[in-house]
Design a protein around this ligand. Structure first.
Ligand code: GDP
Length: 479
């Protein structure tokens, strides 16, 4: 209740004026002295951030049993590449994605809600390629039930075994889809034996794992698969409180030209509505519009277990990031900024430094960045269409370990290659990798002028393969 002017005036009288202004921080001792001079008492508060207090209150608040209602199970397909995860989901939702994909690899996380005779099931489709292990692990966190897809002609493969561990680590029930059952000469017993060896004993052999024979191409076993999932859901009594602030997980986000950021969210508790204030990682905003992930129909609200495309974030939130609804946009902004600040502090000290042009220049000048005598450094700038791809690319790059080469990602972000990227690349001798995005006209012209290399990719392993070659090309000759 005391004006700032009065506080500053008192401080000047006390001789504290040297460099003291409205933004100064006082240590406790000076603060106490000033307060004593003004005959005020100081009350100390723990320096809890707004994030700590608000978000943990939301996360920790228990919903009373009387507030809970049943919700749809969230189901994830897991399994080895090419065993039919995408085809199964395509069949169930009635669309075809398999054919349109670059390299035949699922590179986006999809989420759809389907209706089986009035009972709902939400499917979250995690990408099958090895580069997405990270996201798959996160995908399992939103999952209630894992459908382990095993191709009858192939059996349990390395990624199947990995998927089993993910599902087990997440503590979710597993239903096996023994897929491609239409193929001739499949040996079902061999697969049931393999499953048993992985501690998944089929119910027909006295265990507790349901094995459903399916054919995604012929549609065999689809009803049975859905019925099995609904039975497992009933047994587990999944529930949530629709009458509270929504919270859940962002599974993917991208920058879509004029529409701005479109984030795919799965609501886990509460109900999300148009107009709600959201914070998700270092992104925040107000829900401007929501659309069904299945047919893009506009939605006004999304209850528990509903996947929804949301517009209104100021930037693309990361895959796997949790979102919360707050009552105040100012608080959301503050939390987002605190997080952005914390993560930039973190990344400045890490290997995958994300630097702005200015501080990059600074680092160049003081020698923090530069070619070291005994190591070649490959600087990279990565641009991609979705955040999930960025994370996957970075993960793959960290695997390209070489004693004489260090890969440094100078900048990574969602969106097309910009002029600023080219400027940064030319200043730092970096290569720009553009994943499913293109450079704009200005950027292209500048790149030509300055001899900056922009490499375009649509499949992650092509990118990493080329980088590997590039690394090898830059190596010092053997002595
Ligand atoms: P994912 O990598 O696990 O998502 O596998 P996909 O759904 O992309 O399927 C890989 C290939 O197997 C595609 O060519 C599909 O057409 C084929 N496929 C998927 N399910 C079946 C099935 O039930 N029977 C047969 N014969 N082929 C299938």
């Amino acid at each position: 209740g005391v004006s700032v002017g009065k506080v500053l005036g008192t401080m000047m009288q006390m001789g504290l004026q040297g460099g003291v202004n409205i933004n100064s921080q006082l240590d406790l001792e000076s603060a106490e002295a000033v307060a004593a001079e003004m005959e005020l008492t100081i009350e100390l508060k723990a320096t809890e951030t707004l994030e700590d207090s608000l978000i943990s209150e939301l996360e920790d608040r228990e919903d009373g049993a009387e507030t809970l209602v049943p919700r749809a199970p969230i189901v994830t397909f897991l399994g080895h590449v090419d065993h039919g995860k995408t085809s199964l989901l395509d069949y169930l939702i009635g669309i075809n994605v398999v054919k349109g994909e670059a390299g035949g690899i699922t590179q986006h996380i999809r989420a759809y809600e389907i209706d089986k005779d009035g009972r709902k099931i939400t499917f979250v489709d995690t990408p099958g390629h090895e580069a997405f292990t990270e996201m798959r692990a996160r995908g399992a966190n939103v999952t209630d039930i894992a459908v382990l897809v095993v191709a009858a002609d192939d059996g349990i493969m390395p990624q199947t075994a990995e998927a089993i561990s993910h599902a087990k680590a997440a503590g979710v029930p597993i239903v096996v889809a023994l897929n491609k059952i239409d193929l001739e000469g499949v040996d079902e017993n061999r697969i049931l034996t393999q499953l048993t060896e992985h501690q998944l004993t089929p119910s027909e052999w006295g265990g507790d794992v349901e094995v459903v024979r399916t054919s995604a191409t012929k549609g065999t076993g689809m009803d049975e698969l859905l019925e099995t999932l609904l039975t497992v859901a009933e047994l587990n009594e999944y529930s949530a409180n629709p009458n509270r602030e929504a919270m859940g997980v962002c599974i993917e986000s991208e920058q879509q030209g004029d529409r701005g950021v479109v984030a795919k969210l799965v609501v886990q508790n509460g109900t999300l509505r148009v107009g709600d204030v959201l914070v998700c990682g270092s992104a925040h905003g107000r829900v401007r519009a929501m659309n069904s992930t299945l047919n893009n129909e506009p939605m006004t609200e999304a209850g528990p277990s509903t996947p929804v495309s949301v517009m209104g974030f100021d930037e693309a939130p990361g895959a796997g990031e949790r979102f919360h609804v707050l009552d105040d946009i100012t608080k959301a902004r503050e939390i987002a900024q605190t997080r952005a600040h914390a993560s930039s502090q973190e990344s400045l000290s890490g290997i995958s430094t994300k630097v702005s042009f200015e501080n990059f220049q600074e680092m160049l000048q003081d020698g923090t960045i530069g070619v070291q005598a005994d190591k070649v450094r490959l600087n990279m700038i990565i641009r991609a269409d979705v955040k999930g791809s960025l994370e996957a690319i970075e993960k793959e790059l960290t695997k390209l370990d070489h004693p004489e080469v260090e890969i440094r990602v100078l900048q990574k972000s969602v969106g097309g290659v910009s002029l600023a990227d080219v400027t940064l690349a030319s200043a730092s001798d970096a290569v720009i990798a553009a994943f499913n995005v293109v450079p704009d006209e200005q950027a292209r012209a500048m790149a030509d002028e300055r001899g900056v290399e922009i490499r375009r990719y649509s499949v992650i392993y092509k990118l990493t393969d080329e980088i590997r070659e590039m690394i090898e090309g830059r190596l010092k000759p053997e002595e």
